[in-house]
Design a protein around this ligand. Sequence first.
Ligand SMILES: O=C(O)CCC(=O)C(=O)O
Length: 261
Amino acid sequence: MPLPDLNQAKRELDERGFVVLEEFIDPGWLAELQQATEHQFDREGSEAGSEFKTETGSRRLANLVNKGEVFQRVVAEPRLLNFIELVLGAEFKLSSLNARSANPHNGISQPLHADMGAIADERGYWVCNSVWMLDDFTTQNGPMRVVPGSHRWNQLPQDVMADPSEPHPDEEIITGSAGTVVVMNAHAWHGGTENRTDRSRMALHAFYARRDKPQQQYQRELLSESVQASLNAELRKILALDDSLNDEVTKNCQQRSGFLK
Ligand SMILES: O=C(O)CCC(=O)C(=O)O
């Protein structure tokens, strides 16, 4: 399936806040990512996700750039970066690379949220996420919901909804086959839904921020010395490893999640 052209994608991102890229991950890379992510969950056991935050009803992994070349390829994927630029402009960096696997029959939906609790500022949008489906997203297994157009409302769901965990009348459920990537203006209200099946549902979140804003996970502190030494100039730039503005804005950032405590 060819990718949508960038003009069409920009219109969708501007108007609706997300674009769905089918068959984005080729089958060989998908298998590698599935295997590497499961392996990492096994390896980290009860420590999984501890560099950032844990979540009831889901397993999470954080700081994945530190955990293998297969993940480093995700955040520097040129076709992806073209779509991220449509939301953030040319000056952006990685904010974090996480995995999230909704547990079977987890009985819980994420509240609608904007990532980092972010509202667009006078310079425009500053957060953009991409959700890499490592399993099929079906209507039943905890797909993501998004409220189209909500990135333009300059409001957070928790400030205007009685209960952001409840369905929103305008929300859309995003389904797709494993290998699909959703690029989303992360000011748009969104969240994972309840998994009603007996199998887990896994995704990667490659999350980007405008360069003048904080990273969700401070790559310079989280990546080991040996990983940092192995990275090429392009990755160092995407990760903002040699960027004093990033050091300044990220070091003391308090709010790093839209809803996780
Ligand atoms: O994995 C998903 O379906 C989306 C999760 C999400 O929005 C989040 O963890 O912030």
